[in-house]
Design a protein around this ligand. Structure first.
Ligand code: ASP
Ligand code: MG
Length: 453
């Protein structure tokens, strides 16, 4: 039996006729069994715009956005020369969109449930068109459209639904048997799912990678391919550092640190299902399918000390001090209780006997509320520092390499370093600098650790 391959194509790979044909060729060349697609480029953002505008504006304003989505998909259908049945399906999904937008506009309300049905339209449209495209390109294979809501069964947490994995597995094993035997390829939607009652849900923005990984897991796939608009993962953001180089291989642990610490290329949750059962993940460019791309696997041949570096801007550092806590207990407990009560998550933390420093991914009055800070102030003297950036170096044996810290800080001698986190992970060393110093620090560190390799 041939290898079972799940291929996911993002919005830029669905952008227009050329992008769709290019993606279809890739699916064919790789003999993909299950093809998971995002909405066409920009469509999800326009659907979000409808959800915001429709409850407050008049119908004319909403209709303008609706018309943009409609025109894009109708002209794409024409450019792809799809048959009448496909046109009828596209028109019926567009009618559903119009009805939803009108409903939101009339009721002046867009509940989380409605929002998910609205956003799901994007993937439903693109996958229907892409099915036609793949049928044309791949005449040797039976290609069918699969409504992912038949298999991606989730809880009812609209907007950030989580899969019910047993259900997902059972449905995939049943419905995708034909694909497993190599008789058929399926095209389906990323990002969306359905509750057990059949209500449409979504997995959160950027969730198609996660969908693809879940489907790969549920089908016991051999390979998961993520096709995007860049040739794999780079050693750092090339917009910041023009010496950034493509990474040919990286472990699951390093890649998930990289995603968590700010690299935009993968959704942080993506790798979990693939890592769980050790399905190798390939990340490549659908614009340049011959470029090498990146393999993410459990084990890699090379294990460099520093493989990549990530940057996350606009972090806030909270330092809480209470001298009364000297040689008592319960201080950390009371702090974490406040975090828990406000559903806030701590990123990095260092402590001394009487003070604790913690970073939060966010800014005051946005992610960080006044009430949350007030509750922390009840526990001691609180110092808040804003406009910081978290720099993380990602690699191997980081906490067992003598002299690493001195090499790191010697390469950025003039930069004021705030909190340092080293020791918790063998794959990650991170610290804070001011936003204004962040990009130059990355450039200097890249030169020291990666540029000279
Ligand atoms: N179309 C969705 C979004 O833009 C999901 C995805 O592309 O991953 O968020
Ligand atoms: Mg996307």
């Amino acid at each position: 039996m041939s290898k079972f391959i799940v291929s996911k194509f993002g919005g830029s790979s669905m952008k227009d006729r050329e992008a769709m044909y290019r993606s279809a060729e890739i699916a064919k060349v790789h003999n993909s069994h299950l093809i998971v697609v995002s909405a066409t480029y920009g469509t999800t953002n326009q659907l979000v715009e409808i959800s915001k505008v429709a409850p407050i504006a008049d119908w004319k304003t909403c209709r303008k956005i609706f018309t943009k989505i409609k025109d894009r998909h109708i002209s794409l259908a024409k450019a792809l020369e799809v048959d009448q049945a496909a046109i009828t399906d596209i028109e019926s999904i567009l009618n559903e969109l119009k009805t939803l937008a009108k409903g939101i506009n009339l009721l002046k309300d867009c509940s989380p449930k409605t929002y998910d049905s609205l956003l799901a339209i994007g993937e439903r449209l693109s996958s229907r068109l892409f099915t036609e495209c793949l049928v044309q390109v791949w005449s040797e294979k039976r290609v069918s459209y699969l409504d992912v809501r038949e298999v991606m069964i989730t809880d009812q947490n609209f907007n950030t639904a989580r899969p019910l994995k047993n259900e997902l597995r059972t449905q995939c094993q049943r419905k995708l048997l034909e694909a497993r035997h190599g008789h058929q390829a399926f095209v389906t939607q990323g990002f969306i799912g359905a509750s057990q009652d059949g209500l449409t849900t979504t997995l959160g923005r950027g969730g198609s990678d996660y969908s693809a990984a879940l489907l790969a897991w549920a089908c016991d796939a051999d390979v998961l391919q993520i096709w995007t608009d860049v040739a794999g993962i780079a050693s750092t953001d090339p917009r910041i550092c023009n010496e950034a180089v493509p990474i040919s291989e990286i472990t699951f642990s390093e890649a998930s640190e990289l995603a968590n610490f700010g690299a935009k290329i993968l959704h942080p949750a993506t790798l979990l299902p693939a890592a769980e059962v050790n399905i190798p993940v390939f990340v490549g460019s659908s614009y340049d399918p011959k470029s090498k791309g990146t393999w993410i696997c459990e084990e890699t041949k090379s294990k460099p000390l520093i493989r990549a570096m990530a940057l996350r801007k606009d972090q806030t550092l909270l330092t809480l001090k209470n001298p009364k806590m000297l040689q008592t207990y319960g201080f950390l407990y009371s702090i974490f209780k406040v975090f828990n009560d406000h559903k806030m998550s701590v990123d990095s933390i260092t402590t001394s006997e009487i003070s604790v420093a913690m970073t939060i991914n966010g800014q005051l009055n946005q992610e960080i509320s006044k009430e949350f800070l007030k509750d922390l102030r009840d526990l001691g003297d609180l110092n808040v520092e804003e406009s910081l950036s978290l720099i993380s170096l990602i690699g191997n044996k980081i906490n067992h390499t003598p002299g690493l810290a001195s090499r790191v800080f010697n390469s950025i001698p003039d930069i004021n370093v705030r909190m340092i986190c080293l020791g918790a992970s063998k794959h990650n060393f991170c610290f804070l600098v001011n936003n204004k110093d962040a990009e130059s620090s990355i450039r200097l560190l890249h030169q020291t650790f990666i540029g000279q390799l």
